[in-house]
Design a protein around this ligand. Structure first.
Ligand code: NAP
Length: 422
């Protein structure tokens, strides 16, 4: 029987699905020892710090991750940073295969004048802020304005707009960061525009997300029926299934009677952003539209127009992704998830993507190397092992229970390590 040692860098969905694929492909002749390395003291990547907290169902995939983690051939090395604690060359030397699953964490920029003004921020900062990510908790998000503009027509733009437009008391039973709930409760924002640069037939939202919107209890969601009528014409007689579902969902929203709620989320199509203006902070965004230039006065602009991967020493990057062929990088180095294919697809997309790369990886394996225990290199580091993480998770869940929340997330690295008893 051959046992191969595999290192996975990044404890997000792609990393766990890679570990699951390795576990699923074990047999009497082939087994794996899996070490997962994560920069943060907490695993689960976007499931913890990306998924909108008012969509807790999406987070139930973490049960799969915990099953993978406790299957017996898996070790977590949280709070370990690639580069400073261990290098790619060390990992490549020690392991039979090294898998990069570090995602895409940097927000793409619009490249228009005024984008650097205070009050203009990226979803890549705002989303981890409301999700209690240790690196973003300190941000001051200017919510002292009546109007916010969200740029982009994907699910992240929709999450961001919804989080700004819903009644913050709806966040009480969620795991939104406490400081963010407090800030949302003080927020003056009552109108949120979500601005797509093309017509509704091109929107990247998924219909399941659109269908959720009319269920918002304290927010009017507005779509102009004429925009959808012209999108239906542009989509033609045989639109793709996803386009048709989206347009059907948008028709339903456009036909809903407005209520007297003071909070509004309004979709604008064919609005191409050209300038953000203001003296000391954002005061307006200007768009070109089929009717000419339009300026929307606002005090907050959040761009949600996609992500690119943060580069890692010793790894070739191009166009915001790791240079790869079907997941193979070079030698015993592989990549999967958003770092491989770019920031597209829902969490489940990573399952099939990881399975395909793992099949290739297995076909490349020959004889197992003599593996060095990673603990020897990291002897002086505080490591968040699976046991430490379970302590952190149990403490967070216990703190949330009396308040009817799934958990109260600890925010700083120190707090997290303290909860884990290290
Ligand atoms: P996305 O789906 O690729 O959407 C990006 C949006 O930004 C597109 O509408 C794009 O418009 C627009 N855009 C790009 N450059 C722009 C520019 N310069 N000016 C104006 N608009 C611009 O990306 P995402 O929203 O970041 O989502 C990433 C992935 O995560 C997606 O697959 C998404 O479905 C998934 N996700 C899923 C959920 C969920 O299931 N609940 C939640 C969040 C994210 P064009 O089409 O015109 O380029």
């Amino acid at each position: 029987m051959k046992t191969f040692h595999v290192a996975i860098v990044g404890a997000g969905p792609a990393g766990y699905f890679a570990a699951l694929a390795l576990q699923n492909l074990q047999n009497d002749d082939l087994t794996f020892q899996i070490d997962m390395i994560e920069r943060l003291p907490t695993p689960w990547g976007l499931v913890r710090s990306g998924v909108a907290p008012d969509h807790p169902k999406i987070k139930t995939v973490s049960k799969v991750f915990e099953k993978v983690a406790t299957a017996g051939n898996f070790r977590l090395f949280g709070n370990i940073e690639l580069g400073s604690d261990v290098s790619i060359s060390q990992l490549k030397e020690m392991y039979d295969a090294v898998i990069i699953a570090t995602g895409s964490s940097i927000g793409k920029t619009l490249g228009i004048p005024g984008e650097d003004l205070p009050g203009s921020i990226s979803c890549a900062d705002f989303v981890p802020w409301y999700n209690a990510h240790p690196d973003f908790a300190h941000l001051e998000i200017p919510l002292d304005t009546d109007v916010a503009v969200v740029i982009g027509a994907g699910n992240v733009a929709m999450d961001v707009a919804r989080m700004l437009a819903l009644d913050p008391s709806e966040l009480d039973p969620t795991d939104t960061a406490d400081y963010a709930i407090t800030a949302f409760k003080k927020s003056k924002i009552r109108k949120v525009y979500i601005c797509a640069r093309r017509g509704a037939e091109h929107a990247a939202f998924t219909s399941s997300e659109l269908r959720e919107l009319p269920k918002l209890e304290h927010t009017n969601v507005l779509i102009n029926r004429a925009d959808i009528n012209s999108a239906i014409v542009c989509a033609g007689d045989a639109p793709e299934k996803s386009v048709k579902s989206n347009l059907d969902a948008m028709v339903l929203i456009s036909e809903k009677e407005p209520t007297t709620h003071e909070r509004t989320m309004q979709f604008l199509f064919q609005h191409v952003p050209v300038q953000i203006s203001g003296t000391d902070r954002v005061e307006a965004v200007t768009f070109t539209t089929p009717a000419g230039q339009v300026s929307i006065p606002c005090g907050l602009v959040i761009s949600a127009i996609g992500y690119k991967a943060e580069s890692i020493n010793e790894i070739p990057f191009e166009n915001g992704k790791v240079v790869n062929t079907d997941g193979r990088v070079a030698g015993n180095l592989y990549v999967l998830g958003w770092a491989k294919r770019g920031p597209s697809g829902v969490i489940g997309t990573n399952k099939s993507d990881a399975a395909a790369v793992i099949e290739l990886l297995i076909s490349d394996l020959a004889e197992p190397k003599k593996n060095t225990n990673l603990n020897e290199i990291l002897s002086s580091k505080k490591i968040v092992t699976q046991q430490v993480w379970e302590k952190i998770a149990a403490a967070e869940i216990a703190a949330g229970e009396p308040l009817g929340k799934p958990r109260i997330k600890a925010v700083t690295r120190e707090e997290l390590l303290h909860l884990g008893g290290i």
